[in-house]
Design a protein around this ligand. Sequence first.
Ligand code: 5AD
Ligand code: SF4
Length: 472
Amino acid sequence: MNLPDLKEAKVRTKKEIKIIRDDYQVPENMKTMGKDKKYYLKTYGCQMNVHDSENIKAILEDMSFTETMEMEDADIILLNTCAIRENAHNKMFGFLGRVKHLKESRPEVICGICGCMAQEESVVDDIKRKYKWVDIVFGTHNLHKLPLILEESLEKNKQEIEVFSIEGDVYEGIPVKRDSKYKAWVNIMYGCDKFCTYCIVPYTRGKQRSRMPEDIIKEVKELVNNGYKEVTLLGQNVNAYGKDLNIDYTMGELLEATAKTGIDRIRFVTSHPWDFDDKMIDIIAKYDNIMPYIHLPLQSGSDKILKLMGRRYTKEKYIELFNKIKEKVKNCSITTDIIVAFPGETEEDFKDTLDVVNTCKFDSAFTFIYSPRIGTPAAKMKNDLTEQEKNERLYKLNKLVNKYANEANQKYMGKVVQVLLESPSEKPGKLMGYTDTMKLVNVEASEEYLGKIVDVEITDVKTWSLDGKLVD
Ligand code: 5AD
Ligand code: SF4
């Protein structure tokens, strides 16, 4: 048993990260373990978790399990969890209630928890005390060990917890079962060293570890050869890519090398304004296959709050960067993340946030009420706001954000845009996809257009989506 430890998770050692390129293999004796058995995997949280789930699915299928979308039919139920805010916690514990119910009638069902919550000491303590029926818990640093963890749990017939607080090496070649045939997630780095004071990620995902450029480019080239149209380069703070490697190679260079593979569309998330250098902006502007879309989290518009958050930029610097990107990258859409009601946020501070929204007129924004995370510095800061005040701020902010999102979308009316049609839309007879600027479009088109980048004329505009028809 290995349990998570918050103090250890905070530590950043100089230990060199090894890159393991051995061929990943499920142990021979476990390859048929899942014959005639099904797994159900529920994923919460960010794209990083979604991509981890693609690895978990491939590992389980290498063990002969097949996927089911019905939890009630499953022999293994896995929850890939998120720890970013309290409501993510609540969702998981709510879901566990349903699993417990199922296990009462089918005790042989295996229940496992993985992902960011599994890295949290307080959560694992709770699972050990109150959820003894959960069979396995494994963390973000060792999902490749899943077959062995499963075997141990079955052999010993007891709860198996395998969570490492200190990150491991970078494993190449872990199998992946991609959810889409047209767009793919590609990890370029793991972990984060920014330690924004509200954020749990540096503890749950560990120290920043970049993959080597040649491994990333090899993966993108394989995707191109397999007909993929789009890659999204993934990291908690992609702009810091390469800074932990002993080679002189940064995100600008990686973007350029990715562009040269000839893949149709390149996106990347998430950016931190601190590491966004001019070179990156120039490369994004130079290559047509790097999409003019940037997610640039603001978090707050108040210099005082930004400082308390440990964000290392001011309102002025953020706006300066925003303007520079807009100037250099033609037709660029920019979205953001904003937290309201951080400890110490006064009405004046909140107005500063609204002020930046009024200046930048974001294409869209994800907005959140600050949620204290155990073990982060901000969790110890005093917060005097009432629930009502917090909700009122969020409401006001959302109203403003929606106004600008709608205005940004209105500009598309009657225009012809390129859309990668990726799946059937919820609306019958339509397919859905995204513009280069990441606007969701529902298009009247038959399924033969799936996976194609097509010209679409926008015929109707809503706050969160566009409607369009194919241009002949
Ligand atoms: N409370 C509220 N929002 C948070 N985020 C990260 N940590 C917290 C927290 N403790 C938000 C940030 C980040 C996004 C992924 O989630 O805005 O950019
Ligand atoms: Fe969290 Fe992002 Fe800050 Fe890293 S850069 S600590 S992931 S908010």
